[in-house]
Design a protein around this ligand. Structure first.
Ligand code: PMP
Length: 357
């Protein structure tokens, strides 16, 4: 059986050792005679899985004890609504760094009685960098940023200072791949399908004082109800949580987030240096904001981009097509993407450049 180099932005490549472990345990999880998919979410076996997943995530991200970890559903997109529903009283501030932050802003604007102010935007540079964020006015309910812009390939490596205003971060595409200090944030959320596990699971890390601020119209959308029920208010995505736990174990064994960031930096640097040294490829992103996990590049000619993507696919490099909104190519190099895959891609890129020159 042949595995390909999968550059997908998500759902994305998972560690092969994790997939093998899943396969091994699939028919009978720990002698239960059932797969994890068939276990009751109220069983002690599943309770250990979710407890271990939480403990491992706490350890990996050094999550302080005054933060709750929630295992939810609905994707990062549902957090675009849950954040303003639960945290918004009167006015919230947003930084616009591209497609996903625009969606977050647009959903927040639908919440009645909440005023949304865009306090910084990367629109002027066509989203090829992240803007300098001015100090947010201290009467804001929260300040929302997207730490990594999956489509544009830009990153806030250092989150903006927000004073006493809780900083809320959509960390979907770089959670666990770069180090952040959790206490810099009031709330962090991320869809699982890039660096954590299968789609269907959404992680929320929330400071306790931000829980229960608003009455929400639905129990499922209420952080307090989810927290009081330890993410088991209803049936959670059990299988995704199980795979996430295995991915957390894999990451811990590998040396944790600091080590992973180093490895990610090495992968990204190899690709960026190849792009920068070439006369065919270019990176549209300003150097200081270049993402480690999502790397867009272009040839400048859409016909050549198309040819590149087709030939790459035939050579076993899959999902290199840029997002439909920006075109060109994009290599997503999440935690589980191997260094050898980047070396192979770089060799392919150089051979393609020679050929079409
Ligand atoms: N935010 C970011 C930064 C993303 O990359 C994505 C998905 N690509 C989303 C939000 C939306 O996530 P979901 O599909 O889990 O709703």
């Amino acid at each position: 059986m042949k595995r390909v180099y999968n550059f997908s932005a998500g759902p994305a490549v998972l560690p092969e050792s994790v997939l093998k472990k899943v396969q091994e345990e699939l028919l009978s999880y720990q002698g239960s005679g059932m797969s994890v998919m068939e276990l009751s979410h109220r069983s002690s076996l599943f309770q250990s899985i979710i407890d271990d997943a939480e403990a491992l995530l706490r350890e990996l991200m050094e999550i302080p004890s005054n933060y709750k970890v929630l295992f939810l559903q609905g994707g990062a997109s549902l957090q675009f609504s849950m954040v303003p529903m639960n945290l918004g009283k009167q006015k919230a501030a947003y930084v616009n760094t591209g497609s996903w932050s625009k969606k977050a802003i647009s959903e927040a604007k639908k919440i009645k009685g909440l005023e949304i102010e865009e306090i910084a935007s990367a629109a002027e540079t066509n989203f090829t960098t992240v803007p300098t964020v001015p100090m947010v006015s201290q009467d804001m309910d929260y300040l929302h940023i997207t730490t990594n812009n999956t489509i544009e390939g830009t990153t806030f490596f250092v989150p903006p200072a927000a004073g006493k205003v809780p900083l809320v971060a959509d960390m979907s595409s770089n959670i666990l791949s770069s180090q952040y200090t959790v206490s810099d944030f009031g709330l962090i959320y991320a869809g699982a399908q890039k660096n954590i596990g299968p789609a269907g699971l959404t992680i929320v890390i929330i400071r306790e004082d931000l829980i229960g601020l608003n009455e929400t119209s639905s129990a499922m959308l209420d952080y307090k109800i989810q927290a009081d029920n330890h993410s088991l208010y209803n049936t959670p995505p059990t299988f995704s949580i199980y795979v996430a736990k295995l991915v957390f174990e894999w990451l811990k064994d590998l040396g944790g987030v600091a080590k992973m960031e180093k490895m990610n930096r090495k992968k990204a640097e190899l690709l960026y240096s190849t792009i920068d040294a070439s006369s065919l490829y270019a990176s549209p992103v300003e150097k200081s904001a270049r993402s480690l996990t999502n790397i867009p590049f272009i040839t400048g000619k859409s016909e050549l981009d198309k040819q590149f993507i087709e030939e790459a696919e035939a050579a076993g490099f899959l999902n290199l097509k840029g997002h439909r909104s920006v075109g060109g190519m994009r290599a997503s190099l999440y935690n589980a993407f191997p260094f050898e895959g980047v070396q192979a891609l770089v060799a392919f890129m150089q051979a393609f450049e020679e050929k079409v020159r």
